[in-house]
Ligand binder design. Structure first.
Ligand code: ADP
Ligand code: MG
Length: 271
């Protein structure tokens, strides 16, 4: 059964889409079966995975509208080695149409349940706003991954996001939690970075990822070639950071695998 995570933050430009694409590719590189769902009408995650948002026969819009099944709409990113449910500007209409349908908050959850057995991880790239699409993502997931920059207003944004999560948790999705908080575009030379990091460690000791994603120009360049960083410059700092993040996430999500490993007998038996 897939673990489903929404990559979310109501602020734009914090690295949600970069994280969705590159975490998906990094998890796929460790042989996990991954689906990335784009629910931002801008379709940046779709394009970043090398899937042309304007050439798709079906997108997440058709799935939410109930016109096609998940299985029919999912495509594959050869560059990323993961599956993609694409989005484009059609999805703007869904925001409005969804206000009028039964079970409007659970459309995505229902769709995901039809394919959850065929993936290990499902990542949902959210738009930078709290609309009906984001509510669908929060209702469908096991937890949220929050990318954030270590800026002055970041903590304020985080507490309002926390309130939203609490509201959705009590009204729609009891299993919803903060899976992880990810520091992005990280620059340790800035003094504010250290202060914000210290506060995050204090308030979210279990959720804050040890891995920080550095500011790295290769990460910003890769989308213009329609490839994840691993297919663009796999030795870059950005690529290594997203691989480390995938490792940290797997360690948290699959503890049985790690425990089994540590119980293994030594290769050479003692006398
Ligand atoms: P969001 O989805 O939250 O709006 P994006 O992932 O699209 O944010 O990132 C915003 C911009 O910053 C994009 O141009 C992206 O290429 C760039 N960017 C994201 N992460 C990094 C990073 N670690 N280093 C350098 N540039 C980055
Ligand atoms: Mg985005």
């Amino acid at each position: 059964m897939a673990k489903v995570f929404a990559i979310t933050n109501q602020k734009g430009g914090v690295g949600k889409t970069t994280t969705s694409v590159n975490l998906a590719a990094s998890l796929a590189a460790t042989k996990r079966r991954v689906l990335m769902i784009d629910i931002d009408p801008q379709g940046n995650a779709t394009m970043g995975a090398g899937v042309d948002k304007n050439l798709q026969q079906h997108t997440v819009y058709d799935v939410l509208a109930g016109d096609v099944s998940m299985a029919e709409a999912i495509v594959y990113s050869p560059e990323g080695q993961f599956s993609v449910l694409a989005a484009n500007s059609d999805l703007t209409a869904a925001e409005v149409q969804l206000l009028d349908v039964d079970n409007r908050e659970r459309r995505l959850e229902e769709a995901i349940s039809t394919v959850a057995d065929t993936f290990d991880y499902i990542l949902i790239d959210c738009p930078p706003s709290l609309n009906m699409l984001t509510v669908n993502a929060l209702t469908a997931c096991d937890g949220v991954i929050i990318p954030m920059q270590c800026e002055y207003y970041a903590l304020e944004g985080l507490s309002s996001l926390k309130e939203t999560i609490d509201t959705v948790q009590s009204a729609l999705n009891p299993r919803l939690k903060i899976e992880g908080i990810l520091r992005t575009m990280y620059d340790p030379r800035m003094s504010l970075t250290g202060e914000v990091s210290a506060q995050l460690t204090q308030h979210f000791p279990l959720q804050l990822y040890h891995t920080c994603i550095p500011r790295n120009v290769r990460l910003a360049e890769a989308p213009s070639f329609g490839v994840p960083i691993l297919a663009y410059d796999k030795a870059s700092k950005g690529a290594l950071a997203y691989l480390a993040l995938a490792g940290e996430l797997i360690k948290r999500c699959e503890p049985e695998r790690y425990n089994k490993k540590s119980q293994k007998k030594p290769a050479v038996a003692p006398e």
